[in-house]
Design a binder for this molecule. Structure first.
Ligand code: AMP
Length: 448
């Protein structure tokens, strides 16, 4: 399939050509025709698959060729879970509407509310937003959605995991008219709340499943290294920074404090590094991301704050200095490399504190993961033994009684074991529970 087969507006085709995209990615090939035919859609696709264009192309095409339902109301609303992702989407939208008369605005939590009121009063055609802040403006009547033609939910699963159900429902009912088309994207289609929302928000949707969240990313090589302790992690990190062919590298740590500490250490050693931490205000974070994306630094150290939405084609390596707490973040973290057809390397350190997370990732990826060693830096740590399964007291007593009669069988049962959180072969998805006040996207980003 070619982009030419979609029947897109000439200006869109020119931008595609200008970007150097020669053929649609799988999600684009499948989703664009369905969306352009006016169907509602629920689609799964992996990170870095080109899903942003899969909804931007039909969105721009639609409003270029159809009469607006309202002169004032936004025509297209794109919602994304985090500021970083929303900014990324906005960047692509701006590019694909550059030669048009369409106005687009970006509405994010953590930024000046009154400035946003002014921007909304200019009757933009497109709004890209995080749901919390947008719902606040909707509540206060700063814009209306009766004329909305297209609602797009990017990473719907993550928005729901972050507790935005109420805001999404509010936005949905503010734009609840027959002519609205809705496109929903989610890392997985096996997410109960996504399916509930899809049943509520979508009309006879077409389903497109590209790949599941746990499917391997073909362009990313994953290597795992056992480590004994923090010093060992640092020694291994030094080794990789000195010996791998690195372009840009993102290092993920468990906490903000670890990010700061590691960044200070690397900078003190004269490395070209910068830290992105949740303690910074939005404009400082923007500056850091801008600087890194322009290639001014070689290494970005961060928490899961930067695991989604960043589209940096020069990132050759992702290093999980600490394994992620939330299993799905692993896929998002490593998805920062291997973008747009480039080869990427994901290196993960697994120490005693990372072991449970590692086993969960292994279960999530549905494969047994082997470890690699660096000569002279092999670990003594070889993994934690599974914890014996605790039996309820009553069952124990029963078993004891039984074991007197059948000791061999009782012994065998005793050997059944489980890992602390989740068995390696268990259901792959571990969901983040909502502890975040959804009204403030700031907190949500900084939670990590
Ligand atoms: P996304 O999954 O939307 O974040 O896109 C991932 C990367 O793929 C971005 O750098 C896009 O610019 C790039 N991309 C999108 N569509 C194509 C395409 N058809 N061919 C090559 N690269 C693409």
């Amino acid at each position: 399939m070619n982009f030419g087969d979609f029947g897109l507006d000439k200006r869109l085709m020119e931008t595609i050509e200008h970007k150097g995209f020669t053929e649609p990615t799988e999600i684009q090939a499948k989703a664009v025709p369905v969306a352009m035919a006016g169907h509602d859609l629920i689609a799964s696709s992996k990170t870095g698959s080109g899903k942003t264009l899969a909804f931007i192309l039909p969105a721009v095409q639609r409003i270029s060729t159809q009469r607006a339902l309202s002169k004032k109301d936004p025509r297209v609303l794109i919602l994304a879970p985090t500021r970083e992702l929303a900014k990324q989407v906005f960047g692509q939208l701006r590019l694909f509407t550059a030669n048009t008369q369409f106005k687009s605005v970006l509405i994010l939590g953590g930024e000046n509310f009154n400035d946003q009121v002014k921007t909304l009063s200019k009757d933009p055609h497109f709004i890209v937003a995080t749901p919390g802040r947008l719902a606040d403006h909707l509540d206060q009547g700063h814009f209306y959605l009766q004329g909305l033609e297209l609602l797009i939910l990017d990473e719907a699963d993550r928005m729901l995991d972050l507790g935005f159900a109420e805001q999404l429902a509010k936005i949905n009912s503010a734009a609840d008219h027959r002519k609205r088309q809705t496109l929903m994207f989610s890392a997985t289609l096996g997410h109960a709340q996504v399916n509930e929302f899809a049943a509520d928000m979508l009309k006879s949707p077409k389903r497109i499943a590209i790949e599941h969240g746990h499917t391997e990313h073909a362009d990313i090589t994953k290597r795992f290294y056992l480590v004994d302790n923090l010093d060992h992690k640092e020694a291994l990190l030094d080794h990789f920074l000195a010996n791998e062919k690195l372009q840009q590298t993102i290092i993920f740590t468990a906490t903000r404090a670890d990010t700061e500490r590691l960044a200070s250490k690397l900078i003190a050693e004269g490395k070209s590094a910068i830290a992105l931490s949740g303690d910074l205000n939005q404009s400082q974070r923007n500056q850091i991301m801008d600087s890194f994306s322009k290639g001014r630094e070689q290494i970005l150290i961060t928490t899961d704050l930067a695991s989604r939405g960043l589209d940096l084609v020069n990132v050759s390596h992702v290093i999980n200095f600490d394994m992620p707490k939330h299993t799905e973040e692993f896929v998002h973290r490593i998805g920062r490399t291997g973008r747009a057809g480039n080869q990427g390397d994901a290196i993960s350190f697994v120490g005693p504190k990372d072991w449970v997370s590692f086993k969960n990732v292994e279960g999530f990826l549905q494969q047994t993961i082997g470890f690699t060693e660096v000569e002279g830096l092999a670990a003594k740590f070889k993994g934690l033994k599974p914890k014996p399964k605790k039996k309820p007291v009553k069952a124990k007593a029963k078993k004891a009684a039984k074991s007197e009669q059948a000791p061999a069988k009782a012994k065998r049962i005793n050997k059944k074991t489980m890992f602390t959180l989740q068995d390696a072969g268990d259901a792959p998805v571990m969901r983040r529970k909502t502890t975040v006040a959804p009204e403030d996207i700031d907190k949500q980003d900084e939670e990590t």
